[in-house]
Design a protein around this ligand. Sequence first.
Ligand code: NAD
Length: 390
Amino acid sequence: MIYGERKVKAPIRWAMVGGGKGSQIGYIHRSAALRDHSFQLVAGAFDLDPERGREFGAGLQVAPERCYADYQTLFAAEAKREDGIQAVSIATPNGTHFAISKAALEAGLHVVCEKPLCFTLAEAEELRALAERRQRMLCVTYGYAGHQMITQARAMIANGELGEIRMVHMQFAHGFHSEAVEQGSPSTRWRVDPRYAGPSYVLGDLATHPLYLSEVMLPQLKIEKLLCARQSFVRSRAPLEDNAYVLMQYCGGVMGHVWASAVNAGSMHGQKIRVIGSRASLEWWDEQPNQLRFEIQGEPARILERGMGYLYPEAREDDRIGGGHPEGLFESWSNLYYRFALAMEACDAGEHDRARALHIPGIEAGVEGVRWVENCVRSADQGAVWVDYR
Ligand code: NAD
């Protein structure tokens, strides 16, 4: 159970790049990072518009001289201070992630970067090598992975409660972009423009979330080959897809399926993962994150509830309130952010095994997300053919 006490020895001096006023995802970064006193927000380059960024920073209680016009000035100026930042979170559009993460690592900072980490596998490998060389953490906010019922699913699968794993079905299929809403929404406009979004829209933006959940629940699974078909139902989005289907074959014959969509009209979020074994299946849905459906063949379905004594102990460690009271996405992100802080602290102490033992989406998860998207696009652009996963 978490009672809000600080878990790190001292709060990590932290800045944000992006996540300014009006951004979709900035507030949850701050809320999660600041919640358990793991981080202290002391600086930032919050906005593409420096004046708006400064004004916003003031409202966040950041000293005016530490609200910078851009990330280059932020990293250079903070490096000169004795009390300069130790970590930075990057919550800007996809096309900037590589350059900002690279600059941050080169400045000796730990990094929390939004997904997708970058556009190409070559870039991702470069960031991995740099993080290793500089001995810095590079974490990626696959924010749903902090939900306790994901930990429960992982433990149940590891303990053989499903039997032999046969299939994994994933989807992240919402309906918010069923029409060309990008015409009136800057936040959506960059998502459907390859210059800013990269080689994909829904594959990178949505599908990588349940894909990471599958990596958490089924760490032993390795993709052998995949086939992807992608469509732009709103035609002006081409070449980027607003809908995609991916079939995957894992080593050992396990089969997987991912449906990613922003045009699933009527659906709110529609992120689900269903793991099917020879004896039973598990299903988790992000719109009801406190519940995990457990179906044993031939028995009535069970709904396991967060915070209950019948769960595995590791699935109860991050409870912030007893069962029955709904926890949500903000708690999930907070659980990840305190682990990011612990990993950064361990890394600073040279205790890399301790950092690795924390269940966090780190650089490997970031690289894997980019690799997966690259393979999907390669398959789709050859006419939806099976391709060896590489
Ligand atoms: P957004 O367009 O709503 O906001 C982007 C913010 O970044 C704005 O404040 C903008 O002014 C600022 N910005 C842009 N370029 C900048 C720069 N060079 N320097 C400083 N600030 C800059 O975007 P969003 O929806 O918040 O998405 C941001 C990132 O977060 C994207 O990579 C997206 O994929 C990701 N995201 C992740 C999740 C998740 O669940 N993990 C959810 C939504 C978005």
